[in-house]
Design a protein around this ligand. Structure first.
Ligand code: ADP
Ligand code: TRP
Length: 349
C-alpha cells in the first residue's frame, strides 16, 4: 500500500486555503493509503512563539484535524516533535542541502522580505531580499533549512505521495532532490521519490479576497474553519470588487477571478455558471454573488466548526490520539532511520 505524508504548521486556526489545499484531501484519502498526518510544531518555531501559546496552537490544529473528519483509526495522526527520528534525519539531510539552493527557495526569500518589512515598518513591495541589511532581524538558520526539515518529515516514512497546496511545490521538489541525492551518494535505494498528490487537477491555490495572491495566515486574509456565520458573511462582503464589466465577455480582473475561484470550491457548478453568465452579459451584481458565496462557504465550514470546541475540550480523547499516533509514527520512522544510518556508515560497536 502506498504511503502518504503531510503536515500543517501550528501557527493558528486553519483557513480555507489549508482546508482545500490540504486537509480536505487528507480526509478523502485516509481510507485508501497508509497515511501519516502531523502537526508541524518544529516548523512553527522559526517565528519564536511564546512557550505559553505553543501547546495551545498544537492542540488547535489537532482538534481541527479531527473536527474536519480525520480519523485516528484510519490515519496516523501525530505531533512532529514527538518523533525524534525526524530531527536526526534532518541532520543527515542538512549535509546534502546546499546553501545556494536553500537561498534560492521562493518561500525563504518571501519570508526574509516580510521580516525586514515588519522590522522597518514598510510595505513588503519596497523591500529587497538581498540588501544585506538584516541586523537584528530574525532570519535564522531554521528558516533557511525549512525545506530540509520538511524533506525529513516526508522521507522518514518513505512517502510515495504528499497532498499539499501549490505553494509547497518547490519544497516538495527539494524533497525529491534530497531523496535522489541521498540514494546516489550512498548507493542504496533508501528513499522513494515522493510525488505531489493532486487528484489529476493540479495543485490548488486558494486566493485571498483582498485582491492579492493566496489566502494565508501571514497574509492576514484568512476565512477560518473556526469563524462563525456572521464573521464569514462580513469577510466575504468586504471582498474587493468594482462596479462590474461594461462590455460583454470582458477580461476578468484578478480580484474578480478570485471570487469565482473560491466559489468553484464551495458552490455547485450550476451556481458558478449562473454568475459567470451574468458576468459575461454585464448583468452581474456582486452583492448577490457575495451573499451566495458566503452561504456556500458556511455550508462547508459550519458543520466542522460545530465540532471543534467539543473535540478541543476532550483532553482524555486527544491524549489517546496523540499517544497512539506517536507510537505508530515512531515505529515507522525508526525503521527508515535504521536504513539511512546503515547507508551512511554508522555501525553498532
Ligand atoms: P499557511 O500557509 O496558512 O501559513 P501552512 O504553511 O501551514 O499554512 O500550510 C499548510 C498546508 O495548507 C500546505 O499543504 C499548504 O500548501 C496549504 N495551503 C496553505 N495556504 C493555501 C492556499 N492559499 N491555497 C492552497 N493551499 C494552501
Ligand atoms: N511546509 C508546509 C507548509 O508550510 C508544512 C509541512 C511541514 C509539510 N512538513 C511537511 C507539508 C511535510 C507536507 C509534508 O505548508
Amino acid at each position: 500500500m502506498n504511503t502518504v505524508v503531510s503536515g500543517i504548521r501550528s501557527t493558528g486556526h486553519l483557513h480555507l486555503g489549508n482546508y482545500f489545499g490540504a486537509l480536505k484531501n487528507f480526509v478523502r484519502i485516509q481510507d485508501i493509503y497508509n497515511c501519516f498526518f502531523f502537526i508541524a510544531d518544529l516548523h512553527s518555531l522559526t517565528t519564536h512563539p511564546h512557550p505559553d501559546d505553543f501547546h495551545k496552537s498544537v492542540k488547535i490544529i489537532l482538534a481541527e484535524y479531527i473536527a474536519a473528519g480525520l480519523d485516528p483509526e484510519k490515519a496516523t495522526i501525530f505531533i512532529q516533535s514527538d518523533v525524534p527520528q525526524v530531527s536526526e534525519l534532518y541532520v543527515l539531510l542538512n549535509m546534502l542541502s546546499y546553501k545556494g539552493e536553500l537561498e534560492r527557495t521562493t518561500s525563504f526569500k518571501d519570508k526574509v522580505r516580510l521580516a525586514k518589512a515588519q522590522a522597518r515598518n514598510k510595505p513588503v513591495e519596497e523591500i529587497s531580499y538581498d540588501d544585506n541589511n538584516d541586523e537584528g532581524i530574525n532570519i535564522n538558520a531554521g528558516l533557511l533549512t525549512y525545506p530540509t526539515l520538511m524533506a525529513a518529515d516526508i522521507l522518514i516514512h518513505r512517502a510515495d505521495f504528499v497532498p499539499v497546496g501549490k505553494d509547497q511545490e518547490q519544497h516538495l521538489e527539494f524533497a525529491r532532490v534530497l531523496a535522489r541525492r541521498f540514494n546516489n551518494m550512498y548507493g542504496e535505494e533508501v528513499f522513494p521519490e515522493p510525488r505531489a498528490l493532486d487528484f489529476g487537477t493540479g495543485l490548488i491555490k486558494v486566493p485571498g479576497l483582498d485582491g492579492s495572491g493566496k489566502m494565508g495566515k501571514s497574509e492576514g486574509n484568512g476565512i477560518y474553519l473556526y469563524d462563525d456565520e456572521a464573521t464569514i458573511t462580513k469577510k466575504v462582503k468586504k471582498a474587493l470588487t468594482d462596479s462590474g464589466p461594461t462590455e460583454p465577455n470582458a477580461p476578468m480582473p484578478e480580484y474578480i477571478k478570485n471570487l469565482f475561484t473560491l466559489m468553484s470550491l464551495v458552490s455547485d457548478p450550476s451556481t458558478v455558471d449562473y454568475f459567470m453568465e451574468k458576468y459575461n452579459t454585464c448583468t452581474i451584481r456582486y452583492g448577490d454573488m457575495k451573499k451566495q458565496l458566503a452561504e456556500d462557504i458556511c455550508k462547508v465550514t459550519l458543520p466542522i466548526k460545530e465540532r471543534i470546541d467539543d473535540v478541543y475540550n476532550d483532553d482524555a480523547y486527544l491524549h489517546k490520539v496523540v499517544e497512539s499516533g506517536r507510537e505508530k509514527a515512531r515505529e515507522s520512522a525508526a525503521k527508515t532511520l535504521e536504513l539511512a544510518r546503515k547507508a551512511v556508515g554508522f555501525k553498532v560497536f
